[in-house]
Design a protein around this ligand. Sequence first.
Ligand SMILES: [Zn+2]
Length: 153
Amino acid sequence: MYITVHAAAGAAIGTLIGSPILAFIGGFISHIILDMIPHGDEGIQNWKLFKTKRQRMAAAGLIDFFGVALLLAFLINRVDITLLPGVLAGMAGGISPDALWGFHEMTGTPLLNKYRSWHTLGHDFITKKKITIKQGFAVQLPFLISFIWFTLR
Ligand SMILES: [Zn+2]
């Protein structure tokens, strides 16, 4: 799923867990579970605007980065201040699996080969069927809205 959705999931979990370390782990686990739902991100590889896979990944990553920044700016003034440590740690945990994955994609480091196949395997855990980017948006938007709502409830 998009990193913005993963960050929102982490924030929602963070409202339930006071300990930042546990909130981080909770966010990390939520990422792996959410990735099992078909979400259409693979369609980015057919993005005509850019020539190489690396360019497409960098562009999508940048857009997602702004999504996370906007989400953070939106939440930071609205979340109960006592929940903020858990919310921020949960967001970091939700983002980190894709940060690791992206680091491997960009650098090709063999240190993360096993992690990479494990993360990718999760995507096929429920079904190998892939959906389009548009369908992916339709799947991910309700999750995003629900997580934001849950974080602010
Ligand atoms: Zn992921």
